[in-house]
Design a protein around this ligand. Structure first.
Ligand code: PGA
Length: 250
């Protein structure tokens, strides 16, 4: 069973509505002939509507970078999955390492957010990854397994089909240090094996696992050439139309 490639751009806290609309329309043109690749972008919440409008008709999907575990209520400053869906989002990024490290999101909260996203009709993209200290301590597999366990807790088989996973080693995010294709493949294979031991075979076969962490046009080809790497979650390089297009082409 072959998995369709998937390249996603995480714009983080960059690009207001005007800039988001500009990059969106550039990508719409530049990626019109992208072949068999799914593409999505994650703009800041304030720029979602502008990006959705600019990308209309392109087939490039838009996702929200974060949502709260409840859809509405007295949660000042939070994003709602239901509202993100109303604006036209298809995806929700959940458990990004910046959410875990800077905003103190726990594994349990992240697992809850996956359910909230699904209930809102959004496709969760669940991020997992170890820190440099955890890698040095030989804890990569234990950390990833713990994050997967909590992030996928209580999902039905049908819900599992809606999940995309992203492996992002924290030490490779925004540092310019990319995991080598072999290092990344090793963890991707571990994740697929982990899925295989817990769920029906189709889950491990069909679930797309993206790699993230300093992906650029120059290293994307080699990373995506690995058997268990199905795409890329791109931060810094996704802010540049030529760089992002180069990764999709690779
Ligand atoms: P980076 O970020 O490509 O800038 O390393 C990746 C991410 O945080 O998703």
């Amino acid at each position: 069973m072959s998995r369709r490639r998937f390249v996603a751009g995480n714009w983080k806290l960059n690009l207001g509505p005007a800039e988001a609309a500009k990059l969106g329309s550039t990508l719409k043109g530049a990626l019109a002939e992208r072949g068999e690749v799914d593409v999505a972008v994650f703009p800041p919440a304030i720029s979602l509507a502008a990006a959705v409008e600019a990308l209309k008709g392109s087939g490039i999907q838009v996702g929200v970078q974060n949502l709260y575990a409840e859809a509405t209520g007295a949660f000042t400053g939070e994003n709602s999955g239901v509202m993100a869906r109303e604006v036209g989002c298809a995806y929700a990024l959940i458990g990004h390492s910046e959410r875990r490290a800077i905003f103190g999101e726990s594994d349990t909260l992240i697992g809850k957010k996956v359910h909230t996203a699904l209930a809102a009709g959004l496709l969760p993209m669940l991020c997992v990854g170890e820190t440099l200290d955890e890698r040095r301590a030989g804890q990569v597999e234990a950390v990833i397994a713990r994050q997967l366990e909590a992030g996928l807790e209580g999902l039905s088989e049908a819900q599992l089909g809606a999940i995309t996973l992203a492996y992002e080693p924290v030490w490779a995010i925004g540092t310019g240090v990319t995991a080598s294709p072999e290092q990344a493949q090793e963890v991707h294979a571990f994740i697929r094996g982990w899925l295989r031991t817990r769920y029906p075979a189709w889950v491990a076969e069909q679930t797309r696992i993206l790699y993230g962490g300093s992906v650029k046009a120059s290293n994307a080809g080699e990373l995506l050439g690995q058997p268990d790497i199905d795409g890329a979650l791109v931060g810094g390089a996704s802010l540049d139309a030529a760089g992002f297009t180069g990764i999709v082409t690779a």
